[in-house]
Design a protein around this ligand. Structure first.
Ligand code: NAG
Ligand code: NAG
Ligand code: NAG
Ligand code: NAG
Ligand code: NAG
Ligand code: NAG
Ligand code: NAG
Length: 229
């Protein structure tokens, strides 16, 4: 009897471990997606190492990041499958060259590889590699941020500045969802009372289908005007 009892508890324990294993195996503890688009002129100004600066005047994709409200560093570098270029059709690759170029160097594949391996692997249970890149491209296609801002008279300018809320309102009125802005300090003027608009983030629910409001607000310094270079 005692023996039966202990083997039973052993079974229960084993089952509990098994459950833990399947729950954590994909390491898919994310809650929503951040779809991050960058303004290439700011990226190049900040990184100072754009080897082949291309005159990119479109907001382009930085990445689609499975995210977690409680853990701001979000899940990353999960144990999913490694990036395989061959999975992306030539047609898809040529689309991604426009929407998701490597702003810093000329090797676009290298950028896609690092974004998939760092972020895509953490949501592989929802989006496989092909779906991850297709959905990102569709998200990029659904709103042209450059155009939205232009229609609100927010255009690149060397000195004119905007308030955080000016830029957010312009985008929000078109998407019906609150985006998040991310800014950078201008390395050429670190003490300036302005910051550079770097990225616009759209948030999506767990399945990457429904756009939702972003509610993290730490992307830019409060009360500091924003330059759109
Ligand atoms: C957020 O991430 C942390 C650390 O990775 C994890 O412990 C936590 O369960 C996650 N939260 C949710 C709601 O998934
Ligand atoms: C912006 O994207 C459009 C549409 O794909 C493309 O035709 C155009 O060349 C791009 N412009 C720049 C400056 O990259
Ligand atoms: C991936 O697997 C390795 C080895 O099994 C482990 O050390 C590491 O913590 C895992 N990483 C994640 C993000 O789960
Ligand atoms: C571009 O990056 C990919 C992925 O890292 C690599 O396999 C390839 O050799 C690189 N191409 C060039 C021309 O450096
Ligand atoms: C977005 O809008 C801008 C400004 O109207 C335009 O120059 C650009 O080509 C558009 N980009 C895409 C990808 O359509
Ligand atoms: C911007 O304005 C142009 C001209 O009125 C219009 O065709 C275009 O659809 C508008 N774009 C956005 C994103 O509102
Ligand atoms: C953002 O919203 C989610 C879902 O409504 C909530 O769980 C989370 O606590 C919020 N995070 C912050 C920082 O307000």
């Amino acid at each position: 009897m005692a023996m039966l009892k202990s083997s039973l508890s052993f079974l229960v324990l084993g089952f509990a471990f098994f459950l833990c294993f399947i729950i954590s195996a994909g390491d898919g503890s994310y809650v929503y997606f951040q779809f991050v688009q960058q303004w290439p002129p700011t990226t190049c100004r900040v990184q100072k190492k754009c080897s082949k600066p291309r005159p990119l005047q479109n907001f382009t994709i930085h990445g689609l990041w499975p995210s977690n409200y409680s853990n701001p560093t979000m899940p990353s570098n999960c144990n999913g499958s490694r990036f395989k270029k061959e999975l992306l059709s030539p047609r898809m690759q040529s689309k991604l060259k426009i929407s998701w170029p490597n702003v810093v160097s000329s090797n676009d594949t290298k950028f896609w590889e690092s974004e998939w391996n760092k972020h895509g692997t953490c949501s592989e249970q929802t989006l496989n590699q092909v779906q991850y890149f297709e959905i990102s491209h569709e998200m990029w296609n659904s709103f042209n941020i450059t155009d939205i801002l232009k229609n609100a008279s927010i255009v690149p300018h060397p000195t004119q500045t905007w308030k955080y809320s000016d830029i957010v309102s312009a985008i929000q009125s078109k998407t019906q969802r609150t985006p998040l802005l991310r800014c950078k300090t201008d390395p050429a003027h670190p003490n300036a009372n302005t910051q550079l608009l770097h990225e616009v983030v759209f948030c999506y629910g767990y399945n990457a289908i429904k756009q939702i409001d972003c509610n993290r607000t730490a992307g830019c310094k409060n009360q500091v005007n924003i330059l759109f270079p």
